[in-house]
Design a protein around this ligand. Structure first.
Ligand code: XCC
Ligand code: SF4
Length: 649
């Protein structure tokens, strides 16, 4: 069990060079020379962070608090109301999950509103880009597709999605159910964690964790699992509807790291998570080259940051400039004319950094504003017009660039992204058209691959940015693990040049190498070759990973806890990551987390997450900060499953 430590375990807490990203490191020099404060300085200034908060034993959910659990015994071992460490720790954890579920779902709701506006004829700039995906989803949801217009079908699908959010309380989430294999559906029903509405579950969790309500850690954590499953339900709505509206990702070539910012172009960074507006910005930019030329630029260059970047990279091949911890660095290049932000993971500091340059920050969502930044409200009805306004702001700002202040790192790396489950299935089907997923599962059964790991999650500066992502990735691929990646983990890998076909020879073990080569030979249409790591998308696209693991379970004829598939969030930061990790465990996966969540203040809660969860759901958390150790534990978990599978086949 856990050994509570008194303060966060931070690597070299006083060292301001908290990144291994070469592009970010170059910009960090500029920041230091110009005395511009960044996240790296603020991280150091926060050290040492509060040990009570870190252990999860600080409660401030009622005005009698804050209460901190100070001792093991006596009145000081409880909050004023009598809440013990296990109650306080689990309540805090569950509220983080609720926050994550709310975030992902709000993102999905926004895509849904846009889809709904479109089928009602109120969003003329949007269309159904993937009727195939619509038909497939509709069939899974029980919506008739025979002799019906796509618009009609989509309307029914959006109705079901709205019901999932909250209109319906008498049945489980339809989208979530359609994603699950039967064994998991039954498991969630029997353990009473199947959510009935996303909004209802988040509200219920807030009520359950309020002062003087639930204080049973097991009941609380099970509530958290239900919250995490509604997070997944929301993610899946986000992914599927985005695919229908903007297209299902297919392998696509692009580049990553700050060197993609082009001094000769008007540069616009799109940052956040939601593709609904940024997709329009990309289209608008392609049409506005002439306007850019009028101010002396060669064109408009859209670059992505965080998951908006991932969404656009996957579908449009937009360059991925950088990821979460280095978002300020894009502005420090002095050549970013505008940063258009939507929601989540946007540092409030970007406005302050922008004020040292000519860069315009523009917020676009009603729930996300920044003092000093311009706000252009997104409106589905006038999306293209709004997008053009945004591009025009950047073109105007370009005129104010200070050439003295421009310094763009040379760092940029080729990559291949766009591996939706559909794309992967298509690649596998060239070898086995009838049972495409067996290509993957057979490679595991015959020992060519050790299994699959889904790398996900953020940056967390307790360790140097990207260091853990890269170290764990290298260890996994060397040991013949097929890695799929999302979010800022995918960002870390891309920025370091490891999402390229060229990286295969340098880093893949023999088994993985031959597996990828076989796929390549069967798929001559993929002229670029296959990369070392398959980018499966943004944070909400972690649902694609779940889709993949369900397909593998089906193919193998087993429940998920037997599938050699693990997840890893080496540098988890956001509440969303807590929710994702939790649904991973509920799905039956070993889930490595490299940034300790705030639970060490209670051995009971630690035990529930690492052991009891395993007994009930077949998945478990692996908390390990040290990347080499983490890789070893992930490999062990995979090997155990693979061994058992082979024995029983
Ligand atoms: Fe945010 Fe999605 Fe985390 Fe990156 S990985 S820091 S949540 S952008 Ni999802
Ligand atoms: Fe303190 Fe209890 Fe109030 Fe929490 S709910 S702040 S432990 S009195």
């Amino acid at each position: 069990t856990a050994r509570p430590s008194d303060a966060p375990r931070v690597i070299e807490p006083k060292n301001p060079l908290r990144t291994i990203d070469q592009g970010a490191l170059e910009m960090l020099k500029v920041a230091q020379e110009q005395h511009i404060e960044t996240v790296f300085d603020r991280f150091v200034a926060q050290q040492p962070q509060c040990g009570f908060g870190y252990k999860g034993v600080c409660c401030r959910i009622c005005l009698a608090g804050p209460c901190r659990v100070k001792t093991e015994e006596g009145p000081g071992s409880k909050g004023i109301c009598g809440a013990t460490a296990y109650t306080i720790v689990s309540r805090n954890l569950v509220r983080m999950i609720a926050g994550g579920a709310a975030s992902h779902s709000e993102h999905a709701r926004h895509v849904l509103h846009t889809a709904h506006a479109m089928v009602e004829g109120n969003a003329p700039d949007y269309e159904i880009k993937s009727p195939e995906k619509l038909h497939k989803l509709a069939s899974k949801l029980g919506v008739s597709i025979l002799n019906r217009e796509d618009q009609e079908i989509f309307k029914d699908v959006t109705e079901i999605a709205y019901e999932d959010f909250g209109r319906y309380q008498d049945r489980p989430l339809a989208f979530l159910e359609s994603l699950l294999i039967e064994q998991r559906r039954n498991k969630f029903k029997h353990t009473n964690v199947m959510p009935r509405s996303i909004d209802g579950t988040v509200t219920e969790l807030m009520a359950q964790t309020a002062m003087g309500v639930d204080n049973d850690p097991v009941n609380l954590i099970f509530g958290g699992i239900k919250g995490a499953l509604s997070d997944l339900g929301g993610e899946y709505i986000g992914t599927t509807l985005s695919d229908i509206l903007f297209g299902v990702p297919e392998p696509i070539v692009s580049e990553s790291n700050l060197g993609v910012i082009d001094p000769k172009m008007v540069n616009i960074a799109v940052h956040g998570h939601n593709p609904v507006l940024s997709e329009m910005v990309v289209t608008a930019a392609r049409k506005m080259i002439d306007e850019a030329k009028k101010v002396g630029a060669e064109g408009v260059n859209i670059v992505g940051i965080c998951c908006t970047g991932n969404e656009l990279l996957m579908r449009e091949g937009v360059y991925l400039a950088t990821s979460s911890a280095s978002q300020e660095m894009a502005i420090l290049t002095g050549a970013l004319d505008a940063m258009v932000v939507d929601i989540q993971c946007i540092y409030p500091s970007v406005q302050q950094v922008a004020e040292c340059f000519h860069t315009k920050i523009v917020t676009t969502e009603a729930i996300m504003k920044t003092p000093g930044a311009q706000h252009i409200a997104f409106n589905a009805e006038t999306a293209m017009e709004d997008a053009q306004k945004l591009v025009r702001i950047a073109i105007e700002a370009y005129k104010n660039r200070d050439p003295q202040k421009i310094s763009i790192p040379n760092e940029r790396h080729k990559l291949v992204a766009g591996f939706s489950l559909e794309a992967l299935t298509n690649i596998f089907s060239k070898i086995n058209p009838n049972r495409p997923i067996s290509v993957l599962t057979d490679a595991i059964l015959n020992g060519q691959l050790k299994g699959v790991v889904q790398m996900a999650g953020c940056n967390n500066l307790r360790r140097p940015q990207d260091e853990s992502h890269i170290a764990i990735l290298k260890e996994l691929v060397k040991n013949d693990v097929l890695v799929v990646a999302t979010g800022c983990s995918a960002g870390a890998i891309a920025k370091a040049g490891l999402m390229s076909p060229a990286a295969v020879d340098a880093y893949a073990g023999e088994g993985l190498k031959s597996f990828l080569k076989t796929l390549e030979n069967a798929n001559p249409q993929l002229s670029t070759g296959l990369p070392l790591v398959f980018h499966i998308g943004s944070c909400v696209d972690n649902s694609r990973g779940i889709d993949l693991v369900m397909a593998m379970a089906n193919e193998l004829g087993v429940d998920v806890p037997k599938v050699p598939y693990a997840a890893s969030a080496p540098e988890a930061m956001h509440e969303k990551a807590v929710a994702i990790g939790t649904f991973g465990v509920a799905m039956g996966l070993p889930v490595h987390v490299g940034a300790m969540p705030f639970i060490e203040g209670s051995d009971i809660v630690y035990g529930i997450t690492t052991q009891i969860a395993h007994d009930v759901f077949g998945g478990n958390f692996i908390f390990e900060m040290e990347p080499q150790e983490a890789a070893k534990k992930i490999l062990d978990a995979l090997e155990y499953r693979t061994w058992k599978l082979r024995v029983h086949k």
